[in-house]
Every structure is written in C-alpha cells, then in structure tokens.
Write a protein that binds this ligand. Structure first.
Ligand code: UD1
Ligand code: CA
Length: 465
C-alpha cells in the first residue's frame, strides 16, 4: 500500500503569529490543505500528518480525515518522520511519500510520475528535485555519473556545493520497509544539531540500497514561505495561475486588480470579471455573466447572463437572467429566481424571490417566500424578528407592495393583492384585496404664518437698523 507522511510540526517564527506555518492560507485555503488534497488526488488515502507547534489547531482542522502523530520537540525533519513509525509499521509493505506541509504547490501528476520512476528504478528512496534560478536556503542535490550521491544542506555546504542549482523539494518516495530501517541510523551530527531526513540518501547508498532523483517539470513544487512576504508571493502565484486558467477557458478579465478567485471556483465562458471581486469556495458561475466591480461571492450557484454589481452573496442560488446591484447583500440560503431584478441597498436573507420579481431599492426581506412578478416598493421591511423568534412572510404572485410597508411576520399576503404606501400589515391579506392602513390627513391652512409670526417681525426690525 502507498501512503503519505506530511510534516507540519514547524512554527514559522518569522510569521509572528501563534499559528503553525502549514495553517497559513494560500488563496483561501491552508497550505496543508493544498498538500493533503494533492495526496488525495494522487490516490494516497492513508495519510499521517506530523504536528508539533500549536498542534491542536491542525488536529481540529483535520478532524478524522487522516491520522496524526505528535512531535513534542522540533529536532529536525528526520526526527519528525520517526514519530510516525507506528503508522509506517501498519502499512509497511508499500511506499511512503514524505512531504512538507508548507510547500503548497506539489501536484498529483508529480506525485504519480515520481512514484512510477521510484518503482521502476527499484529505489529505496527517490527525491523529488527542481532546478531553480536561486537555490538559497534549500538542500543541494549531489549528483554522480550514475545517479545521486546525497543531499547537502546549505548550512553544511561548501562554496562549490552552494553553486548547485538542483535542489531538494522536500518531497521523497521511500520504500516503507527501508525507511523504517534508515530512520534508526540518522544522527544529529551537523551544524544545526538536527536529525536530517536528507541523510537517509547517503545512508541508503552506503548500505548498498538504490537512491534516485526525480526532477519535476513544475519548479513551483519547491515554493514555500518563510515570512509574510513569502506568503504574499505564494498567494500571488496561485492567484495568477487561476486567472490565467480562466482566461484560457474564455473568461474575460481586462484588469486583474483586486480579483481573487479561489481554485475550486468554476466559471462559464463569456463571463467577465471586473476589479475588486473576490469569489470563494464552491461557487459556480454560468456563461456570459458580468460579475463586479466590487463583489464578494461565496459558495453561490449563479446561472447564465447574470449581472452583479457591488454585491455580496453567500451560500445562495441566483438563477439565469437576474440583475442585482449596486450595494446588495444576499445572505445565506436565498434563492433569486430567473429574471428577478434587485436594485440598490437591498438585503435578502433566507428567502425565495420569485421569477420576474422587482425589488428596486431600499428593502429588507428576511425569512420570506415571495411569488412571481411581485413588486416590492421602496423602503419595505419584513419584520421577521419579534425579539424572541423569527417568523416568515409569504407574498403571492403578482402582488404589489407599496412603499414603506412593514410586514409583521408571520403574515401571508395573497396573489394579486395590493398594499397602500405606508401600511403596517399585521394580518393576512386575501387574494385580490387592497390593504390600506392610513389615518386621516389633516391640513391646517396658514399654520406656520401664525406660529412664526413673532420671529418674522423681529427679522424685519433687524433689517431696518
Ligand atoms: C528541508 C530540507 C531541504 C529542502 C527543504 C525544502 C532537511 C534537513 N532539509 O529544509 O533539503 O530543500 O526542506 O523546503 O530536511 N518539520 C517538522 N519537525 C521538525 C522540523 C521540520 O515537522 O522538527 C517540518 C516543518 O514544519 C516543514 C518541514 O518539516 O513543514 C520542513 O522543515 P524545514 O525546517 O522548513 O526544513 P528546511 O530547513 O527548509
Ligand atoms: Ca523550509
């Protein structure tokens, strides 16, 4: 059986936050998630994550998704893998991929191609390497005519070795039974006093085992972050990669400023994304939409030909041919049906808005079921909370709700009914009825002439002086 060990015990001191480094996010997901999902996609379902610094944060993120092993002290990458020996023993008759939880761009293709090579060459260990322009900080690959001689860490390297540009990605395939043996022979006899996992290569060769290197054609596999600036570079790389993929699929982006689209988001061709738009989670957007500027969209399914301008939408569904914005907040569990139009300063929560319904401006609709072709007047509020519990409002097809109405939930308004401006609707309104709630309007002629007569006289005196 093939399995993976992900090293995630490190702190990342230069991040200056009490968060384990692999939990810092790249494009909205912890770096550890990128590594885990690459392993899962590469067919490795048996996974053990080594935790150390602030381990409970990683354990609570993982839940029961995979195994974990705790490294009480950070004594090096070799020592970290030693903590997984019980896990390794349970699956000892296959191969183990060891990788770093803080290098998010390892991909499933590299994982499977390097495994093929590892098996074909009958290696005890196969290191995944990359050729980079600036190898600073990485372990250098020492090559021989016949293969690989070992890895030397930068701090232990000679000037000549430091010039080598082929580096250790930190990912390796091991034959599991050999890994268990090799771990027992690592020492901490080096500049940093650490147990280096990289020493397993030279040890394997000394024992007559085979070691090889697989050079990845994706140099990003080595990229990690040591500080916030490095994390920004990773985010920028991931962000631009997603935007480039989308443009290749026919999505229009004329300016990338402030556009952040997470990697699982799907968008149909012909859709245009405008600046300052953040699209997250499992959002799916159809074809020929115009999204932005200034939108935040999370876990929302959107049809074709939809226009969203300055809209925030969360956990909702928006059907085709809908126009929303500017300044609209669609809160979770809302469904906006086709051809609806929602204008400025409208908030919708946990509601169904029927086909062709218009909510042109300044309204709050919460916990409501609104029929087809309804007109909601400006300033309408569903009064869905009485201080103790939330209740629903229901409005039938073709109803016309006048401006500045308060609909006191629970209340039901029938189809084709009509409510006058300023009404407070406290009881159900039947189909075809008019609901009017209006006091008598009194007109008192000449009122201000009398009220302000004295002031006017004083003003006249002042102008004389
Ligand atoms: C390591 C490699 C280096 C390689 C580089 C790639 C060694 C000795 N060196 O160096 O050749 O080029 O990765 O990024 O392995 N970790 C633990 N416990 C520990 C130490 C580390 O869990 O005691 C984890 C870290 O959280 C991290 C990973 O192991 O995810 C790598 O550790 P790090 O200290 O970053 O290794 P490097 O010195 O960068
Ligand atoms: Ca590192």
């Amino acid at each position: 059986m093939n399995q993976a060990v992900i090293l995630a015990g490190g702190q990342g001191k230069r991040m200056k936050a009490p968060i384990p480094k692999p939990m810092f996010q790249v494009l909205g997901e912890p770096m550890l998630e990128w590594v885990l999902s690459a392993c899962e996609k590469g067919g490795l379902e048996r996974i053990c994550v080594v935790t150390g610094y602030e381990s409970e944060q990683i354990c609570s993120y993982l839940g029961d998704r995979c195994a974990t092993a705790y490294q009480a002290e950070r004594l090096g990458t070799g020592h970290a893998v030693m903590q997984t020996i019980p896990f390794l023993n349970e699956g000892a008759n296959g191969n183990t991929l060891v990788l770093c939880g803080d290098a998010p761009f390892i991909d499933a293709a590299t994982i499977s191609k390097s495994l093929e090579r590892h098996i074909k060459e009958n290696n005890a260990v196969t290191v995944i390497t990359a050729e980079v322009a600036d190898p600073t900080g990485y372990g250098r690959i020492l090559r021989t005519d016949s293969g690989i001689a070992g890895i030397v860490e930068e701090k232990d390297a000679t000037d000549e070795q430091r010039a080598i540009r082929e580096i250790n990605s930190g990912c390796y395939w091991f034959r599991t039974s050999d890994l268990i043996g090799l771990l027992g022979r690592i020492t901490n006899n080096n500049k940093q006093g650490e147990y280096y996992l990289t020493d397993t290569i030279a040890i394997a060769l000394e024992s007559g085992l085979r070691a090889g290197a697989f050079r990845s054609d994706n140099p990003d596999v080595v990229l990690g972050a040591n500080d916030r600036k490095g994390l920004l570079r990773l985010n920028e790389a991931a962000r631009m990669r997603k935007l480039n993929d989308l443009m290749d699929e026919g999505i229009g982006i004329v300016c990338t400023d402030g556009i952040i689209i997470e990697r699982h988001v799907q968008i149909g061709k012909g859709t245009e994304i405008l600046p300052s738009t953040i699209i997250r989670g499992n959002t799916v957007i159809g074809e020929n939409c115009k999204i932005g500027p200034n939108c935040v969209i999370e876990n929302t399914v959107i049809g074709d030909n939809v226009t969203l301008n300055t809209v925030q939408a969360y956990d909702s569904t928006i059907d085709s041919d809908v126009r929303i914005g500017p300044y609209v907040h669609i809160r979770p569990n809302s469904h906006i049906c086709t051809k609806a139009k929602i204008g400025d300063f409208v908030e919708i929560k946990n509601s169904e808005i029927g086909e062709g319904t218009m909510i042109a401006h300044l309204a709050y609709l919460g916990d409501s079921d609104i029929g087809k072709h309804v007109n909601i007047g400006c300033g309408t509020v569903t009064v869905n909370f009485d201080g103790l519990k939330k209740s629903r409002c229901e409005i039938g097809d073709h109803a016309f709700i006048g401006c500045n109405n308060n609909l006191i939930a629970p209340v039901s308004l029938g189809k084709d009914c009509y409510t006058a401006a300023g009404a407070t609707i406290t009881t159900d309104v039947p189909d075809y009825a008019l609901a009017i709630d209006r006091g008598t309007l009194h007109i008192k002629e000449g009122y201000t002439l009398r009220k302000f007569a004295k002031r006017r006289d004083e003003n006249k005196d002042e102008t004389k002086e």
